[in-house]
Design a protein around this ligand. Sequence first.
Ligand SMILES: [Zn+2]
Length: 122
Amino acid sequence: MSSYSKKSCIREILIKRDGEKCAYCNSLEKDLTIDHIIPTSKKGSRYGRYNLVLACQLCNCKKGNTKIQSFLNKNNIGARNKTILKQIERIRRAKNEGREVKEVIIEEIRKNKSMGLQRCAL
Ligand SMILES: [Zn+2]
């Protein structure tokens, strides 16, 4: 697959998952870029979907190589955007526990399912 079609394929997946908006400021601008939450220069995954979000040009530019947490704090993004916080929390937990992010997500889904079942049983 060419790198262009790989990119547009990833873009489609991210739009389906998060909607066609900037993950940081919710801007609906047309020229959304694909941003690595943890930059690849800081050992963030290049293709792991959990590390990818759509970001507007301005946010992507402002973020640059800033640590994600200081970028969020500085721009007061966490208060407006819970989805991104959840994603970062997953990455952090996986790192702390020396696990794959995928495992953490699967565990979350399992937990939510069993909680759902408990609720039904009550
Ligand atoms: Zn933005």
